[in-house]
Design a binder for this molecule. Structure first.
Ligand SMILES: C[S@@+](CC[C@H](N)C(=O)[O-])C[C@H]1O[C@@H](n2cnc3c(N)ncnc32)[C@H](O)[C@@H]1O
Length: 269
């Protein structure tokens, strides 16, 4: 599956103004979806330089600024609209418009890089990981939260084809560890979280997956066709995800990882 950076930018720029409202479309949530915040607790130290890569409207940035006021926090994204929305929430934010595949930071500058729900939206996760490795200090940390292979598995079974080919950018534990190790990271912790979102109706479900860019992703970041609703409804009915009362549920799976820049390989990179 191949897609253009400009299409990814366009999709997220269109979603930016409503990005923070998408949670209102969920009727209830069961399970852990904020693992990254917990993992940050053991990692961020006073005066650390921290980057929120693919920051969107700044959910992670805001959390870090609130919880770790002595950290120096930077936020980078490809979408100007996302950054504008971040700026509306966070005064004096250090926002940078840049592509994670070829970012303009110097080598070895960040103690911590965090990337939540970002990697699977990039055309080359390997390039992005190489870049994150480059800008992370030796022994610095990379914290990643991404969509696991069991996400939405009843409706869209995972074919084991990897993050780049999968319609949702899902990845198995083994695949993501392999990708990180190929970029020379040492993987310290891998946590799988399974959760369930419930929606009041099929329309809420579709609006939600549209609002997070998932629906566009299936169509390589082009506008989904008008027929997508009937296509999805059939899939959900066949998978038994629409209950008799009309409510819909989505089985979710996130993988969170703590990785570290390998001190031994520092000189050869
Ligand atoms: C699903 S959103 C996640 C936003 C935020 N991290 C959050 O958790 O709410 C993905 C974000 O990655 C950004 N993005 C996609 N490709 C990118 C790239 N190559 N470089 C930088 N940002 C990118 C999008 O613009 C979007 O804001």
């Amino acid at each position: 599956m191949s897609f253009e950076l400009q299409n990814v930018r366009r999709v997220f720029s269109l979603q930016a103004n409503t990005w923070d409202m998408k949670k209102n479309l969920i009727m209830s949530k069961h399970g852990e979806t904020r693992r990254l915040y917990q993992l940050l607790k053991d990692i961020i130290k006073k005066n650390d330089y921290v980057l929120d890569m693919g920051c969107g409207t700044g959910k992670v940035t805001k959390h870090i600024l609130n919880e770790y006021p002595h950290a120096h926090v930077f936020s980078a994204d490809i979408s100007l609209n996302m950054l504008k929305n971040l700026n509306n929430k966070i005064a004096n934010g250090n926002c940078l418009l840049m592509d994670g595949e070829r970012n303009s930071f110097c080598d070895n500058v960040f103690d911590v890089v965090a990337a939540q729900q970002f990697l699977h939206h990039t055309a080359s996760p390997s390039l992005v990981l190489n870049e994150i490795y480059r800008i992370t200090k030796t022994n610095g940390h990379f914290l990643l939260l991404t969509v696991g292979d069991e996400h939405h598995k009843n409706v869209f079974p995972y074919e084991g084809i990897g993050m780049l080919q999968d319609p949702f950018g899902r990845v198995s534990k083994e695949e993501i560890i392999h990708l990180l190790e190929k970029s020379h990271f040492i993987v310290d912790q891998v946590i799988a979280d399974f959760f369930q979102f419930e929606f009041l109706s099929f329309d809420y479900y579709v609006d939600f997956i549209y609002s997070i860019g998932s629906l566009h992703k299936i169509y390589q970041y082009n506008e989904p066709p008008a027929t997508v609703r009937s296509y999805l409804r059939k899939l959900l009915i066949d998978a038994g995800q629409i209950r008799a009362d009309g409510t819909v549920f989505l089985d979710g799976h996130y993988i969170s990882i703590v990785a570290r820049k390998n001190p031994i390989l520092r000189k050869v990179i």
